[in-house]
Design a protein around this ligand. Structure first.
Ligand SMILES: Nc1ncnc2c1ncn2[C@@H]1O[C@H](COP(=O)(O)OP(=O)(O)OP(=O)(O)O)[C@@H](O)[C@H]1O
Ligand SMILES: [Mg+2]
Length: 280
């Protein structure tokens, strides 16, 4: 993170490592986030058809495929945005298939969006703090009025959010309105917001979309740091060089179905993947 923070902030900005502010669950297969045979239909369209995928703590899993192949739908299923029509989703052995989306932060699954969704007129710091409210036992309203414990919790959340922003290289922009950030900064801000909840998993929808080569390098460092904190990462991406370089395992989808799952080399060299996606 030093390079990112240094390059973005340039001067004598204090930056704390992300490592101190994200959760570090024990490495164990019991902590897997697992989708088994999930199917999702929209009217006559089967967006995801019998797909299985397992995420591990401290590992990066890439999800690739042509436009409309079901990548975002798969992320939406894993994050609880949609319920699956068939199949199941479990975290650490507990079925999550029918857990409402509001509960997902509590079970430790954060996400970013294909098009960044920020509250543009709020500050960068406030946007990141919004990612962490699940922790505050006092709740949003009483926190807003800064009463008793709520005041202390808000201060702790503010400190954690500020540390994350420094670690991700946005510390110098903390008090700027979110809509004044450039595109890459908005993408990194979404990641910081997700990390504020100290998730076990973070699911990113095309985080490299619209980024320059240099910014993709910064993103790679951010993802590596998150991974090293034992958080599991799902990366939905069209930038296949980036995915193959950073992932432990990769799943390729086509028309909602699994085309291939394996190591980056296995997927990159698979004749069907080359035929329908990489060679296109
Ligand atoms: N909310 C929805 N309502 C109806 N159809 C949908 C909905 N979401 C996705 N679809 C359809 O499901 C299929 C898969 O879409 P999805 O967005 O998951 O693809 P994707 O792989 O993320 O594509 P892209 O690379 O373009 O982002 C597409 O045919 C899409 O039109
Ligand atoms: Mg998509």
């Amino acid at each position: 993170m030093t390079m990112i923070a240094t390059e973005r902030a340039q001067s004598a900005m204090h930056h704390a490592p992300i490592a101190s502010t994200v959760a570090s669950p024990a490495r164990s297969s019991l902590n897997e986030l697992r989708a088994e045979g999930v199917t999702k239909r929209f009217g006559g369209v089967t967006a995801v058809n019998n797909v299985s995928l397992t995420l591990q703590p401290g590992q990066v899993h890439g999800l690739i495929g042509t436009n409309g192949s079901g990548k975002t739908t798969m992320l939406n299923l894993l994050s609880g945005y949609y319920p699956a029509d068939e199949g199941s989703i479990s975290l650490a052995g507990q079925k999550l298939t029918h857990a409402p989306v509001q509960r997902r932060p509590h079970v430790g699954i954060a996400r970013t969006f294909q098009k960044p969704r920020l509250l543009g007129t709020l500050s960068v710091l406030d946007n990141v703090m919004l990612g962490g409210w699940k922790d505050t036992r006092a709740g949003f309203l009483s926190t807003a009025f800064a009463l008793g414990r709520a005041g202390r919790e808000e201060r702790m959340l503010r400190e954690r959010a500020a540390e994350l922003l420094h670690g991700i290289g946005l510390g110098h922009l903390m008090h700027r309105k979110a809509n004044l950030l450039d595109h890459a900064e908005q993408r990194f801000l979404e990641i910081a917001r997700g990390l504020t909840m100290q998730p076990r998993y973070i699911l990113m929808d095309e985080p490299a979309g619209g980024l320059t080569e240099h910014e993709i390098e910064q993103l790679a460092q951010i993802v590596t740091t998150i991974r090293d904190c034992q958080v599991g990462v799902l990366i939905v991406e069209h930038h296949t060089d980036f995915v193959f370089r950073i992932s432990h395992r990769v799943t390729a989808l086509n028309l909602g179905q699994m085309l291939k799952e394996g190591t980056p080399d296995e997927v990159r060299n698979d004749p069907e993947v080359i035929r329908v996606y990489l060679g296109a």
